[in-house]
Design a binder for this molecule. Sequence first.
Ligand SMILES: CC(C)(COP(=O)(O)OP(=O)(O)OC[C@H]1O[C@@H](n2cnc3c(N)ncnc32)[C@H](O)[C@@H]1OP(=O)(O)O)[C@@H](O)C(=O)NCCC(=O)NCCS
Length: 144
Amino acid sequence: MTELVLPNHTNQLGNLLGGQLMHWIDICAAMSAAKHSQRVCVTASVDKIDFHQPHKLGDVVTLNASVNRVFNTSMEVGVKVFGESLKEGKRVHSNSAYLTFVSLDDNEKPVKTFDVIPKSDDEKRRYKEALRRRDTRLKSRKKK
Ligand SMILES: CC(C)(COP(=O)(O)OP(=O)(O)OC[C@H]1O[C@@H](n2cnc3c(N)ncnc32)[C@H](O)[C@@H]1OP(=O)(O)O)[C@@H](O)C(=O)NCCC(=O)NCCS
């Protein structure tokens, strides 16, 4: 997904608002989850997001999403964000985020979705690491 940073996306410094970027991350991940599961998917959780560097007014922001692993009704989606200043023509990785989506049936109840079959080395690594992140999420959920 590609977006152009426009004036209504920015703060007083001309930097992309964090909330706007989080919205794009959520939408990009939601489309990825929905395309994979062919169902409506809702955001169940978003892991911590760090903002390492600003995106400036006029920059192009590209978001790449990947369904890393399906558990049962839920799945982890990873989103990698890149910023590009058109003047400099340099693409910089600015953020990564992990989100959990749940696929819903026609009665809006969680439903099992298709498994992910990792093929490339990167896909296999993400698939393996997603299980570890899920364990951490479930533990922190139990504590609350
Ligand atoms: C997400 C939601 C569908 C889960 O429903 P639920 O009745 O708690 O269902 P369950 O307890 O059976 O959990 C279903 C799955 O969601 C996962 N899940 C639920 N809450 C989670 C959380 N906070 N983080 C990660 N995974 C979560 C469970 O682990 C389970 O996964 P699995 O089937 O792969 O094992 C429900 O809480 C909901 O509708 N939330 C609001 C979603 C929404 O509106 N999102 C937009 C945010 S404003």
